[in-house]
Design a binder for this molecule. Structure first.
Ligand SMILES: [Fe+2]
Length: 167
C-alpha cells in the first residue's frame, strides 16, 4: 500500500514500539526461510492479520494496532464494534492457513493479548519446519471458526452476506 497517510499514521507509531520492532525483525527471519513453495503466501497472511489488520486486547478492551484498519475510519468502527466479523485469539499456525480479503472489510480478525505474546509466538517457532508442516494442511476459509479456536466474538457475517450478489 504505497500511501503516505497510511505509512505515517498507520505504521510509523507502531515501529516506535520496541517490542513491535522486535516482532518485525522476527518476521524478517521467517521471511529469510520462506523460499519454498507456498511459504510467501503464509508469511503474507501473517503480515496481513497482524501488521495491517491486527487487534489487541488490553484490560478487556479491544483496540486496533493494524495500520490497514487505522487508515480507514469505516473499518476502524467495523473492526471494533460491528457484530459481523469473527474475532479470534491469535494463533500463528492457524492464522497462516487462513485466507483474507484485500477488497473489503475483513470477515475475521485475530486478537493478540500483547505485543510480547505476539513476539514470543513468532520467535519460538522455527519457520522452516513450520512451512513444511502447514503445507500439508490446506487453507481455511475466511469466515470459518474451528473447534480449537479461541472465540472472542462469533460474527454474524451479516456484512459479508449483504455483499453477495442477489442477497
Ligand atoms: Fe501497510
Amino acid at each position: 500500500m504505497p500511501d503516505i497517510f497510511h505509512d505515517v499514521f498507520g505504521h510509523v507509531p507502531l515501529l516506535a514500539n520496541p517490542v513491535f520492532a522486535d516482532y518485525m525483525q522476527a518476521y524478517g527471519v521467517g521471511g529469510q526461510r520462506a523460499a519454498g513453495l507456498g511459504a510467501i503466501e503464509k508469511l503474507a497472511r501473517l503480515y496481513w492479520y497482524t501488521v495491517e489488520f491486527g487487534l489487541i486486547r488490553t484490560g478487556g478492551d479491544l483496540r486496533i494496532y493494524g495500520a490497514g484498519i487505522v487508515s480507514s475510519f469505516g473499518e476502524s468502527v467495523f473492526a471494533l464494534d460491528d457484530p459481523s466479523p469473527n474475532r479470534l485469539g491469535f494463533d500463528l499456525k492457524r492464522l497462516m492457513r487462513t485466507q483474507y480479503r484485500i477488497d473489503d472489510y475483513q470477515q475475521t480478525y485475530f486478537v493478540i493479548d500483547s505485543f510480547e505474546d505476539l513476539l514470543r509466538q513468532t520467535q519460538e517457532i522455527d519457520f522452516g519446519p513450520l512451512y513444511a508442516e502447514l503445507e500439508g494442511q490446506g487453507t481455511i476459509e475466511i469466515e470459518t471458526i474451528l473447534p480449537g479456536d479461541t472465540v472472542i466474538t462469533r460474527g454474524t457475517q451479516a456484512y459479508a452476506r449483504s455483499k453477495l450478489v442477489g442477497a
